[in-house]
Design a protein around this ligand. Structure first.
Ligand code: ATP
Ligand code: MN
Ligand code: MN
Length: 335
């Protein structure tokens, strides 16, 4: 699932911002962003660039230099981040379709490559980057989650469903698998070689995952978030590292286990789940209300300290529906 960092959209709404004459707030799907007042009308087509888009140094994007210039490795560009302007949250950028120079686009089309836009990726320490044994195994799904802002068309239908909610931890995605006698360790995108300095493998050994997973007597993958020292600034103040699990995947059946089955398995193996916040959750009226509900203290906040959680992962019992709701408070604090 690749993110559409820049795509052709319809402007769903435009509203004034109290006390601001020159700017307005636009709604695009579940996103809100600040635009110049006279630049767009409701119903206009435009190119919407999501947060984390990294725009190239081209004349048409120079206006972003002051707010957004960033280096990504050797590459110069402009990184879009969550901002607050005149008290209004603003996420992403709207460009007039003329930026496509007459290209015959279709609604919804991903135009990031055409504009030279890529995803901003912060530098990854060597202990987490690792060395590839191979690409991510094709017999296990990756751990990506879609953002609720991109599912606004489905939101009303989702209101009929009951969900379980876990805290989204800010670490690094880890997948461990046992298949036909082979044990493997993967980061978000790679099957990893066991090397001396690799944190994923170190923790797999520390948690005795090779033996524990073999004891299941089944081809299985366990997926979780690696957190602790050296990872994302260790917001939870953990000593060393650990993994909190959020998925068990039955490889032969090509199916996720339910939350109760995952809970039972991790309990039996002496492993920990991500914090489970609710098991019978129904969606509030609007995406904006859900975004507010995502804000709050992490269940892993150290005693006496408020650590703003990254957000929530919301899933139906069968995992047919699954998405993330990132806290805007968390995003506003992002470096
Ligand atoms: P994006 O592609 O949207 O820029 P990303 O690829 O960095 O973001 P994340 O925003 O980190 O992905 O969201 C998906 C990740 O969330 C999963 O890969 C998983 O590692 C992590 N995660 C943390 N906590 C949970 C949880 N409770 N349930 C599911 N996934 C979780
Ligand atoms: Mn992703
Ligand atoms: Mn993450």
């Amino acid at each position: 699932m690749e993110r559409k960092l820049a795509s052709v959209v319809v402007i769903d709404d435009l509203q004034p911002i109290p006390g601001a004459d020159l700017i307005a707030v636009a709604t695009v799907k579940g996103w809100k962003l600040v635009v110049k007042k006279e630049e767009f009308r409701i119903g206009d087509l435009a190119v919407y660039c999501e947060i984390d888009a990294f725009l190239p140094e081209k004349p048409e994007f120079e206006f972003l230099r002051k707010s957004s210039f960033r280096k990504m490795g050797e590459q110069n560009g402009f990184r879009l981040k969550t901002m607050k302007l005149r008290g209004q949250i603003s996420q992403g950028l709207l460009l007039p379709v003329t930026v496509l120079n007459g290209y015959a686009y279709t609604l919804g089309e991903d135009v990031s490559a055409r504009l030279g836009i890529v995803k901003y990726e912060p530098p990854v320490p060597a202990s987490l980057a690792g060395m590839a044994k191979g690409s991510f195994p094709s017999f296990i799904p990756k751990t990506d989650e879609e953002r609720i802002q991109n599912l606004s068309a489905e939101y009303d239908a989702y209101k009929k469903e009951s969900f379980y909610v876990t805290e989204k931890l800010d670490g690094s995605s880890a997948t461990f698998y046992y298949r036909d006698g082979d044990f493997g360790v993967c980061s978000r995108n790679l099957d990893l070689l066991e090397t001396g300095n690799n944190t994923f493998w170190k923790i797999a050994r520390q948690l005795e995952l090779p033996a524990k997973m073999a004891s299941l007597g089944k081809n299985m993958a366990l997926q979780g978030e690696l957190i602790g020292e050296g990872i994302q600034g260790n917001p939870y103040g953990i000593k060393g590292q650990t993994v909190r699990f959020f998925n068990a995947f039955d490889i032969d059946a090509y199916a996720y286990l339910t939350l109760p089955a995952l809970r039972e398995m991790t309990g039996q193996l002496g492993l920990e789940l991500v914090p489970v916040l609710d098991t019978a959750f129904t969606l509030p009226d609007t995406v904006d209300q859900l975004l507010l509900a995502a804000e709050g203290a992490s269940a892993l906040s150290p005693a006496g300290k408020h650590v703003e959680r990254e957000g929530l992962v919301v899933r139906s019992a069968d995992k047919r529906i699954s998405f993330k709701v990132i806290s805007n408070k968390f995003l506003l604090n992002e470096k």
